[in-house]
Each structure stands twice: as structure tokens, then as C-alpha cells.
Design a binder for this molecule. Structure first.
Ligand code: MLT
Length: 405
């Protein structure tokens, strides 16, 4: 966990009201003092003068929980919860160490403006101070505005970047074990648009859109390149990133994915699945997919995991399901792309994957110069969840070699 250390603030008598406790307006000032002190520890105030920009507060909300008195010492922590191109949202928590009480919390939305009052880009230094340190506890969400949608993203740790792209119809939690295990890397796992807790617009889904979302997410995090880890549909997106944003890819881990486009029959199946999603909802999609995506061993021995995946699919917005089906149906053929891949590549497949069988993964790996293939025993189409320890170990060995190479 690499949160910004809290700032310690003492409450003065002049900040308190007639009843002797910190008044509401002054609370905002206390948070402001903490914010400036945090910025002073980083790039400092000069940054704004030099660039002729200013962070203007557009919205502030404060929750007051406990009265605070002159002489009280507060520890104020600041965390970036949302980073857009020209805006950012900060969350403050004020804790009184003397009694361990959380006394107030505030969320502030800032827009960066230039000397003429026009929106300006959030400086990289500020994003690095707050954003680059954003770390989330398991399950905690940070939101990033990209490409017209707000994505829920898990960002953990420091080091070279690893971008995890989930498959269909899952969400970022399929990577939960690898997000915990792969320390020494900056692990970034978004819910793709239409999935998990990200926005799910009604239309506009394509591999190009997902790939651009991912490139913009790297921009928001001020990251140049990442090793992209894509499972199934996540792999299709990785191929699209190779076409559209090749300079952002430092390496590839392709799990249970394929380069071929949909056949005519496959495309028809997409339309049928979309019709079921529209008429019967995501629960019907879960019932159809569970026997296909989970390996035989998982179905027999891990009923809790099967139930978790069922719930994950059931919670997926129908707009996201229908959008992804359309995006997969219209995706490009990536078979010719394979021989042009020059970044280090690992291909992983579950021995019991019925959707993309090991033979197909082997053929894909052999078409990529210098790719290696690992088969995961006892796993189907979602090895990161079905055989988490084996998958984390295989990823870790590959990543250490990438880092050393
Ligand atoms: C996935 O797991 O992402 C999908 O099942 C892939 C597909 O349907 O082609």
C-alpha cells in the first residue's frame, strides 16, 4: 500500500465558532491547509505560477461526524479518487489520533483552469503526486474518466506497469489473485466499459473503443508502456492495441485467447446471445456460460467459485453484454498480426478450456516469434480464478525474465 502519508494539522481557537468547536467553513480551510502542505511536499505551489494554471474547486461536499476543539490535532489524508484530463476529485479524511475517531470526510472536485479561465490539463506532476500513488485495497474502486466514460479501476503497487484486461462477460475481479501476488509491478485492472462498476453506455462498443479506453487509461496514470495481460476478449483488445497503440505495449500475456475472427456461425451465435440478454437478462447469460467457461475440474471441485462467477456474470449490465457481443462479432482478423509481434510474449491456456482449446493456443504461440506457451492443469477458460497459484507463478517467472531482459 503506498498511500500519501497524512498531514498533521492543529486546530486553532480562531477557527472555532461561538460554541467552541471547529466551524463548518473552517473545516474546508483545514482540508485546504492539508492539501497545500501535501502539494508542498511534491511539486510545490510554483508549479501553478509557472504554468499559469490553477485548480478551481467546482464542487465540495463534507460529512461532519464529531465536534473538533481548539488544540485538537488531526491527521488528514488525501487521496485521488478520480482523474480526468482537466479535472480531478480528491477525498480527504480527518482522523483525531487522540481518540482514534474519524471526525470528518470531504470530497472536492477541481477543474484546472488557465489564465483565461479555460480548462487546462492536470499537470503530470500533480497527477504523479496523487494519482501515481493511488493504491487500492482489494475491491476498492478508483474511477478514471476516459474516452467519454468513467472506468472503475484497481491500481496497486509500484514498478513497471501491468495492464490486466478481463474477458467476457467478467470484470476486473478475475485478476484478484494476481493483483495481490505480483508485487514489484504496478498492477492496473480496469472494469472495461460495460462491465463491473464502470459506465455501461447503450451503444458505441468496438475493439477500437476498448483499445482507446485502455490507452487513455495509461495516459491518465501517466504511464508510457505496460505489459498487457489479456484473457480471451481481453486478448482481442490487446491485439487491437497492437494495431492502434503499438508503442504502449512492453510485453504480452495472452490467456485463453485467439487471433481468428468470428466465423459466420459464431457471429450468428453472438446475435442469439444478445437477444437472450435483452429478453431474459444477464442471469440467463450466466446459466448459458457457466458450463462453457468453467473447466470440468472446477465444476466438480469448486462450487463456491462457480457461484462467484455466476454472480459476477449476473451483475453485468445488459448494455455491456450486448455491446461486447457486437464488438467481438465485428473484430478484425489478427492472425497476420501474430508474426509481427516483437515484444516478449507468453501464451497461457487452461488444459480444460472448451472455448479455446490448448491446441489452438499452441498454434497461436507458434505463430508468434519467440512466444512461450504454458498450459495450466485443472483449469478451463478462466485460469486466473480456477488455478490462481499456478497462474501467478507462471506470470511471475515470465515477468521477471522480461524485467531482467
Ligand atoms: C471471453 O471469455 O472473453 C469470450 O468468451 C470470448 C469469446 O466469446 O470470443
Amino acid at each position: 500500500m503506498s498511500r500519501l502519508p497524512p498531514v498533521t494539522i492543529t486546530v486553532y481557537a480562531y477557527e472555532c465558532d461561538a460554541y467552541g468547536h471547529l466551524n463548518e467553513a473552517m473545516y474546508l480551510q483545514v482540508f485546504e491547509r492539508a492539501r497545500w502542505e501535501t502539494i508542498a511536499r511534491g511539486p510545490g505551489m510554483e508549479l501553478f505560477r509557472q504554468r499559469d494554471i490553477w485548480p478551481a474547486v467546482r464542487k465540495a461536499s463534507v460529512d461532519y461526524f464529531r465536534p473538533v476543539f481548539p488544540g485538537d490535532v488531526l491527521e488528514i489524508s488525501t487521496e485521488m479518487v478520480k482523474l480526468g484530463k482537466t479535472s480531478m476529485e480528491l477525498h480527504h479524511r480527518a482522523l483525531r489520533p487522540a481518540d482514534g475517531q474519524l471526525v470528518a470526510e470531504a470530497t472536492l472536485l477541481f477543474v484546472m483552469i488557465d489564465g483565461s479561465g479555460n480548462p487546462a490539463k492536470v499537470p503530470d506532476e500533480l497527477a504523479a503526486l496523487f494519482g501515481a500513488r493511488v493504491s487500492t485495497r482489494s475491491g476498492e474502486v478508483v474511477r478514471y474518466d476516459v474516452n467519454g466514460v468513467s472506468l472503475a479501476v484497481d491500481v496497486r503497487g509500484d514498478g513497471p506497469a501491468l495492464l490486466f484486461l478481463h474477458g467476457f462477460p467478467f470484470n476486473r475481479t478475475i485478476w484478484k489473485h494476481q493483483l495481490s501476488a505480483l508485487s514489484g509491478w504496478r498492477r492496473i485492472a480496469p472494469d472495461l466499459r460495460g462491465f463491473g462498476e464502470s459506465d455501461a453506455p447503450e451503444g458505441g462498443y468496438s475493439m477500437a473503443t476498448y483499445a482507446d479506453d485502455c490507452a487513455q487509461l495509461l495516459d491518465r496514470l501517466r504511464l508510457g508502456k505496460a505489459v498487457v495481460v489479456g484473457l480471451s476478449m481481453g486478448g482481442y483488445i490487446a491485439f487491437e492495441m497492437l494495431r492502434r497503440h503499438p508503442d504502449r505495449i512492453a510485453g504480452l500475456i495472452l490467456c485463453d485467447t485467439k487471433a481468428e475472427p468470428d466465423s459466420a456461425e459464431g457471429a450468428k451465435g453472438r446475435d442469439e446471445t444478445a437477444a437472450i440478454a435483452r429478453t431474459k437478462g444477464a442471469a440467463a447469460i450466466a446459466e448459458r456460460m457457466i458450463p462453457v467457461v468453467m473447466g470440468r475440474t472446477t465444476l466438480q471441485t469448486q462450487p463456491q467459485l462457480v457461484q462467484q462467477v455466476r454472480e459476477m456474470i449476473t451483475k453485468t449490465p445488459v448494455a455491456g453484454i450486448v455491446g461486447a457481443l457486437e464488438a467481438m462479432k465485428t473484430r478484425a482478423d489478427s492472425t497476420d498480426l501474430l508474426r509481427t509481434i516483437t515484444v516478449p510474449t507468453l501464451v497461457v491456456v487452461g488444459r480444460e478450456d472448451g472455448m479455446i482449446p490448448p491446441a489452438q493456443a499452441r498454434a497461436m504461440a507458434s505463430a508468434i516469434p519467440a512466444a512461450t506457451l504454458t498450459t495450466i492443469e485443472g483449469a478451463g477458460h478462466v485460469p486466473p480464478l480456477e488455478a490462481p497459484t499456478a497462474v501467478s507463478r507462471v506470470f511471475s517467472e515470465f515477468l521477471e525474465a522480461v524485467r531482467d531482459g
